[in-house]
Design a protein around this ligand. Sequence first.
Ligand code: G6P
Ligand code: ZN
Length: 543
Amino acid sequence: MISTVATTPFGDQKPGTSGLRKKVPVFQQPNYAENFIQSIFDSLENFNGETLVIGGDGRFYNREVIQKAIKMAAANGFGKVLVGKGGILSTPAASHVIRKYKAFGGIILSASHNPGGPTEDFGIKYNIGNGGPAPEKITDAIFARSKVIDTYKIVDATDLDLDVIGSVTVEGMAVEVIDPVADYAALMEELFDFGAIRNLFGLGFRMVFDAMSAVTGPYAKEIIERRLGAPEGTVRNFIPLPDFGGHHPDPNLVHAKQLYDEMMAGDAAPDFGAASDGDGDRNLIIGKGIFVTPSDSLAILAANADLAPGYAGGIAGIARSMPTSAAADRVAEKLGIGMYETPTGWKFFGNLLDAGKVTICGEESAGTGSNHVREKDGLWAVLLWLNILAVRGENVLDIVTQHWATYGRNYYSRHDYEEVDSDAANGLIAALRAKLESLPGTKIGDLTVTAADDFAYHDPVDQSVSKNQGIRILFEGGSRIVFRLSGTGTSGATLRVYIERYEPDASRHDLETQAALSDLIATAESIADIRVRTGRDAPSVIT
Ligand code: G6P
Ligand code: ZN
């Protein structure tokens, strides 16, 4: 039986960079999740009888919201739900399942790399039929609806057993509990030369993959150990836990420090280290003795993609988010292909991928992916690296240094100031905005400003315009500082300062990154008054 339940709106259901993210207790308020899910359905049209994919990263509260979402999908007229066993689907796997089964869309439950647990983060995101995050037109409609919603629809049914693969019906709607790994693993076998990678492991190549007690565990176990033959133990922390073992499932140098230290342990270090985040869309790549920045990784993967069978015909173009370094631009220039600069957020790549303008996309925030799905994909990046290493027969360090020698090196770092007072952070950005016009032509230390703006994106496919996407200050010689406020935090504001310097001279490619950027770091402070405005002496995280 369908119930129409009266509800009152919450004022804070505005989707951010990647869906609605809040602390678990916020989502646990009566009707909170239901309101948002109904607002999603109310913002969509013509889905009667269609298929909806539902899955999440297994974090605390995942199962509860999945049960609600299934019952609401039935009440709202969907014909079928595909749900991952145990409520599990990594974000890229969900994207693939939506595409493969031609679903109308999908609901992904995740707060990505944020911690999980009863007082930590949760999130709900809607993806459209191309498998990608809903564009702003839809997320704006969802928010508008959430502000006026007065009822939601749900069927009165008992909870489904999510742990048994198979089909059941809920009030006339079919629900299929699917293996969350199988379709994704098959896609990876199509894209990459598994034979070559298997041979590499056969030669004694040593790898460590840290699944960070998050969703990629079962995927990595199946693909890296079972199908590619890496020794058991290669994949660590492979059981997804609701609280990620109490850690931040964020594959960066702070939260994956143990892996980093192991990779820096000289000759004893494994050949290749990698990790992924809570929902499996981010990646960390570390070679023996060298961390590969996400911006460099994007450029190197793009330059070598044709070594993998899935990209043997070459790539159509590359897209990167604006704060991502320009390393990939040099690859696109050499290959004579298109290069697109988009705002932060994977959703901006969807149109370019659908239109066939680009094949590979990436962001400085450890996201890389391709047209195989419409999300970034952590394991995909790891497997493309493995494919390249297997075919080239060289180690990571050699591949990276050769890349720099060919294209020049973009020294790059991001300084984050987390949980800053929101007014202070907004004030800092407003003050920068007010200065923009006066900056070009001024000299700060040895640096001359050539241009300064607040980045606006004109989507070449649907002509939509997204304004205020980050303050850019460009200097002579290709150096750049970008200031932006994060769109993914759940408390206070996070100021991100992205610092980049281009160095064409190969004899200057082995400097320590922070030292190579020191003049720009000082300039960022003097332009933005970070210390005074945020009350912080130093960034909370440097990546
Ligand atoms: C998520 C999004 C990415 C984005 C990242 C950082 O992972 O999917 O597209 O780059 O968050 O966003 P933020 O707004 O916190 O800088
Ligand atoms: Zn993620």
